[in-house]
Design a protein around this ligand. Structure first.
Ligand code: IVH
Length: 668
């Protein structure tokens, strides 16, 4: 072995240690930058000596290629659940049952946090992670080893001594609050559905087929149960401490408790202290410590008798209703919102909570100035769950639903068959107009950069845009009148409008804000009625005959096109050059200029949208990939491509090109 090869092995050990310091101990010894430098040095050496590749190398934690689907395997030990209880009294009763079951023998209990993620079983052989399996149905689960390997706090190779040759360790895969907030912000920006809580986010991520995606999402893992024929100690606590010394993240909260008073104290402490934790917990778990005693106590059909889960009470706060506001959506639906005296709930300040519709206000019997109970269960959206009627001021009036639109004064109408009220003034009600503009310019619709919620509102209040078609008449001079706009930002909007003329027909349909016609429906409609004239002429029966289009959607579409105002909008949009038909299945635009070349697109562009670039790559014989790997031929980079991607491309020697260079490749 030469000195470079020796350095390669040394770097692997070094990086494993720093990974452990950073992800498990939360005590990094070197800066992120220095860590990245070491990683790059290792990547370069591994490229130089491919024969020394090792699937356990820290470089493999960035994730590998796509897996088609997950293989399933049977668990060696079935994954049971715990019996739940909801009060200190019930935990004390369980304690009493244990005492009785052990017939007066001394015993100890471990108190632990109940992590609210998704459970995982890891199999280690000879100190190495060989398999990771989800809970599945408890008997068998999905093999997700590649995804699990991207979680940096999970040791791929154990450290220390004393681990059995073969064992299983169970724990919880979690998405820390910080990573969860970041992910949801990103999803909001991309107009993707948000995850309701970190548990769903962690479970969803773990089942992602592309482990490179998993690597980006910042998952973490805590371990709480060791199984196997030869464990180092005869009790749970010492086994977990041993696991900690092998490199697993075992919570510091785990405590040995010797009396019922100590158990109660543990509950009282964590009922509030859990709010400070970086990850979600939904309760506590108590376990009999001795493995022999566990065996004696045994199992019921579903869960061990030697353990119990105590669930935290749903976080609830009581706060004063300041007033109910009524908001008008893009489709004119009125949503009542409770505006509250700010109150702290599960780590965030709550000031507003939707009351959804009139029926809910009536059912809860909300009066002016009432004290309202706000809850945040597992979900992040606060919910009004009740009223403290005793605290009601004498003479307080019940909250009344409005009869006229708060924005334009039009009398409201009740939506047929539903609990909601609607403002029928579609074309004159400012928030409806602004909402339609905002929707029209959205990323998944016409993708016009630089027009957000505030700009849409301003365009509307200044009377510059009353109809989405007016957008195409805007001049740089008009745009520059808007707050925060200069020549550059005005130019960007105009360029975006120009580029939107090549947005495909199905997205144009989506952009129109036809009630019930979303992303998926618009694609189906466009495929069945490949140009706008055919669509406008279609009867409700013809539309409803289309697969996946029900009578309600069909009626909504015919109603939309029956309206002369909408028809005029369509004609104006057609006149400015928007795509009003499916492209002919033309092989015309197809070339082999990019034959077999794989592209990764990143960042935002000014000449065409990302989707258009993707389509161009496809039409010209190239392939699109979602993340950079050795198989990538080019990275097509727009503005604000992340530095991590840039570095990755540089480290693999992949050319990064801008949109002009790309278009030049196509002779444009
Ligand atoms: S022990 C046989 N300990 O809760 C006992 N489970 O309802 C095995 N969980 O599926 C589980 N924190 O996903 C145990 N400290 C903890 C836990 C914990 C979270 C989850 C786990 C399990 C579920 C049981």
């Amino acid at each position: 072995m030469n000195s470079s090869q020796q350095r390669l092995l040394e770097l692997r050990d070094l990086l494993n240690r720093h990974n452990y310091n950073y992800y498990v101990l939360n005590a990094p010894e070197i800066s992120d930058r220095d860590f990245d430098m070491l990683m790059k040095e290792l990547e370069a050496l591994e490229k130089e000596f491919p024969e020394m590749d090792d699937p356990y190398s820290p470089t493999h934690r960035v994730g590998s290629d796509l897996t088609d689907r997950f293989e399933q395997v049977a668990h060696v030990y079935p994954m049971l659940s715990l019996s739940n209880c909801y009060s200190i009294r019930e935990v004390d009763e369980w304690f009493g049952r244990i005492r009785a079951g052990l017939e007066g023998e001394e015993f100890e209990i471990t108190g632990e946090l109940k992590y609210d993620g998704t459970s995982i079983s890891l199999i280690y052989e000879h100190g190495r992670l060989v398999r990771a399996v989800t809970r599945g149905d408890g008997e068998k689960g999905d093999v997700v080893t590649e995804n699990i390997k991207t979680i940096r706090s999970i040791p791929l190779q154990l450290q220390g001594t004393g681990w059995p040759d073969m064992f299983e360790i169970r724990g919880e895969i979690l998405m820390p609050w910080e990573a969860f907030d970041r992910l949801n912000k990103e999803r909001e920006f991309n107009e993707e559905p948000l995850f309701a809580n970190p548990r769903n986010a962690a479970a969803g991520t773990l089942k992602t087929l592309d482990s490179r995606q998993v690597a980006r999402r910042g998952l973490d893992a805590y371990f709480y149960y060791l199984l196997g024929p030869e464990l180092p100690f005869d009790n749970h606590y010492d086994n977990m401490m041993a696991a900690r010394s092998w490199g697993f993240k075992v919570s510091d909260a785990m405590t040995l408790l010797k009396s019922v008073e100590a158990v109660d104290g543990f509950i009282n402490h964590w009922n509030t202290a859990r709010r400070e934790l970086p990850v979600a917990t939904d309760g506590l778990v108590f376990k009999v410590n001795s493995l022999r005693q566990q065996l004696n106590l045994g199992y019921t059909a579903k869960s061990p008798r030697w353990a119990i889960a105590y669930k935290f009470p749903a976080e609830r706060a009581c706060t004063k209703l300041r007033f109910v506001s009524f908001e008008v959506g893009r489709m004119g639906i009125i949503t009542p919102v409770a505006n509250l005296e700010p109150v702290l709930l599960s780590g965030t300040i709550v000031k507003r909570a939707s009351l959804h519709n009139e029926d809910i206000i009536k059912t809860l019997d909300i009066h002016q100035g009432d004290m309202l109970y706000v809850e945040k269960g597992g979900e992040i959206i606060p919910k009004i769950t009740g009223v403290d009627a005793e605290a009601r001021e004498p003479g307080a009036e019940p909250v009344k639903f409005i009869s006229h639109c708060p924005a334009c004064g039009t009398p409201l109408i009740r939506v047929e068959g539903e609990a909601s009220w609607q403002c029928p003034n579609k074309f004159g009600c400012p928030p409806q107009i602004a909402g339609r503009i905002e929707h029209f310019v959205g990323r998944k619709m016409m993708n016009i950069d630089g027009v957000g919620e505030e700009t849409a509102e301003q365009l509307c209040t200044l009377g510059l845009v009353r109809d989405i078609a007016d957008l195409y008449d805007l001049t740089a001079g008009q745009l520059m009148k808007l707050t925060g706009f200069g020549p550059r930002s005005a130019e960007r909007v105009l360029e975006g409008l120009e580029a939107s003329k090549s947005v495909p027909y199905d997205r144009v349909i989506y952009a129109l804000s036809i009630p019930f016609v979303g992303d998926t429906v618009s694609k189906k409609v466009a495929a069945a009625f490949p140009d706008i004239d055919r669509l406008m002429a279609a009867s409700a029966e013809e539309l409803a005959a289309t697969k996946d289009i029900g009578p309600r959607i069909a009626e909504s579409i015919t109603e939309y096109f029956a309206n002369p105002v909408n028809r005029r909008t369509i004609e104006r949009l057609r006149a400015v050059g928007l795509q009003m038909s499916q492209p002919e299945e033309d092989t015309e635009g197809h070339t082999e200029l990019l034959d077999g070349k794989t592209f990764v697109i990143s960042g935002t562009f000014s000449l065409h949208s990302r989707d258009e670039y993707k389509a161009m790559i496809g039409r010209n014989g190239g392939k699109n990939a979602s993340s950079i790997s050795r198989k990538t031929d080019y990275v097509l980079a727009g503005e604000n491509m992340g530095p991590a991607k840039r570095e990755k491309a540089a480290s693999l020697g992949i050319p990064v090109i801008d949109e002009h260079q790309f278009l030049a490749m196509l002779g444009q």
